[in-house]
Write a protein that binds this ligand. Structure first.
Ligand SMILES: Cc1ncc(COP(=O)(O)O)c(C=O)c1O
Length: 430
């Protein structure tokens, strides 16, 4: 093992033996090279002739650039063309950390790490897999989950997704979660939670969130070491009262010394910048301190350095500019209002009692999606095909469930969407 990796492991062990146990073999071996090209470049910052980093500089000291590209970018070239650090831009990291506290008042004064910038959430989940998932490790997910977890965590890192039943009587099936978490040997457990959930569009109510947190706490008290990866892709898009509006990270980051909360989030969906590819990984554990978090951040940045090197500086700078704009919050609220209007239109359309003949809605209250469960005898793929061919409507079929991204449909078109689904069901059954 590289001595720099052992040094980080010793720091982690000194502060939390559990976290060291949670790391995968890859996670234990990784480190951010302090003495490598990046470290030496950092030490040379400010020198009068700097011949370190592999980037080109104009004679006037600004980044070398082509006007055909630079003329399209209304930012100082130094914010767009050079590499960003593997950890992410420090200014963006600290703004995002402040935002996490603002958006999650229950965090109170809980100490959390500085967020490390990833190439959006997919990559953040992948880096969490790098650090914590060994081949054949089980990763507990609800039976409705984002299908890409398979490629990210099973194909890439060899983990095995193992499912618990998500819904019982219209709410989270807490018993199923508890049973799954406590089944098998006592030891390291990996849980992946995603609220608002893709595909169901469900966020648990305040009471259910407390129940989930209690289940995790009890499980840790029994001797389990739990890595709770929290995929907050759709954070903030909650449309009903009484539903948990914060991230469950706010509670899990301070619940038990043997529960490491790994928050994966970012502006992709929250700030409507899908193609920017910026996300964050943030760590929280009860009793966690700066030394432990720095070591985890270094390991994360090392994993990123060996994977994508660093995330887009241009995207990070655009986001920084947006976050500091005085209109940012107002504009965000306006988009939220549009999304909520669409959500309300879905609720309204579903009031038609005839629809129950062919489908019922799964619980939903947030995010971009909702799902309908087709009645027995109907086939999701058949209905999907008829919807495209006869009604010019696109949906996603997941066995006998159709996922509907109402986030992408104007409120005025939502009644027609459901009416057509109803008709398409009738067409396929004949
Ligand atoms: C639950 C969930 N997590 C993560 C992502 C990926 O986000 P990103 O585009 O930031 O990689 C998605 C995107 O569809 C998602 O639905």
């Amino acid at each position: 093992m590289n001595p720099q990796a052992s040094e980080l492991n010793q720091i982690i062990e000194k502060n939390s033996h559990s976290v060291l146990e949670m790391l995968s073999e890859r996670g234990r071996n990784i480190f951010f090279p302090k003495k490598g090209i990046l470290g030496q470049t950092a030490e040379a910052r400010g020198t009068s002739i700097n011949a370190t980093i592999g980037a080109a500089i104009e004679d006037d000291g600004s980044p070398m650039r082509l006007d055909s590209i630079a003329s399209k970018i209304n930012l100082d070239p130094s914010l767009a063309f050079p590499y960003a650090p593997s950890f992410g831009r420090p200014d963006l990291r600290s703004i995002w950390k402040n935002k996490i506290y603002e958006k999650n008042p229950s965090l109170g004064k809980t100490e959390i790490s500085l967020p490390v910038v990833t190439n959006a959430l997919t990559h953040g989940i992948s880096m969490a897999g790098y650090l914590f998932v060994d081949p054949n490790d089980e990763i507990i997910v609800p039976n409705l989950f984002w299908g890409n977890y398979n490629l990210i965590l099973a194909n890439a890192w060899g983990g095995q997704l193992t499912k618990f039943n998500l819904f019982k009587n219209g709410k989270t099936d807490i018993e199923a979660f508890e049973e799954k978490l406590n089944s098998g040997k006592t030891g390291k457990k990996i849980v992946l939670l995603n609220f608002p959930n893709n595909p169901s569009g469900y966020t648990p109510g305040d009471d259910e969130v407390h129940a989930i947190v209690s289940v995790i706490k009890r499980s840790a008290e029994k001797g389990n070491k739990i890595v709770a990866i929290i995929d907050d892709a759709y954070f903030g898009l909650v449309y009903e009262e009484g539903i948990f509006k914060e991230s469950i990270f706010a509670h899990l980051s301070n619940v038990h010394e043997d529960v490491l909360a790994v928050k994966v989030d970012g502006p992709t969906k929250e700030d409507y910048v899908w193609g920017f590819r910026v996300g964050f990984i943030t760590f929280g554990i009860k009793g966690g301190n700066g030394e432990l978090y720095n070591a985890l951040e270094s390991k994360t940045a090392g994993a990123i350095r060996g994977n994508i090197s660093n995330a887009s500086n241009l995207s990070q700078s655009l986001l920084l500019a947006g976050f500091s704009s005085s209109d940012y919050l107002l504009q965000k609220q306006a988009k939220y209002n549009i999304m909520k209007q669409r959500y309300n239109a879905v609720k309204e359309s579903l009031k038609n009692p005839e629809y129950h003949k062919y489908f019922t809605a799964l619980p939903f209250n947030s995010g971009y999606f909702m799902c309908i469960k087709l009645a027995d005898g109907l086939n999701g793929e058949d209905v999907r095909q008829v919807l495209i061919q006869k009604y010019s409507i696109g949906t996603i079929s997941l066995d006998n469930i159709l996922r509907i991204a109402y986030s992408a449909v104007a409120a005025k078109d939502i009644p027609e969407l459901f009416e057509s689904i109803y008709k398409a069901c009738g067409d396929t059954i004949q």
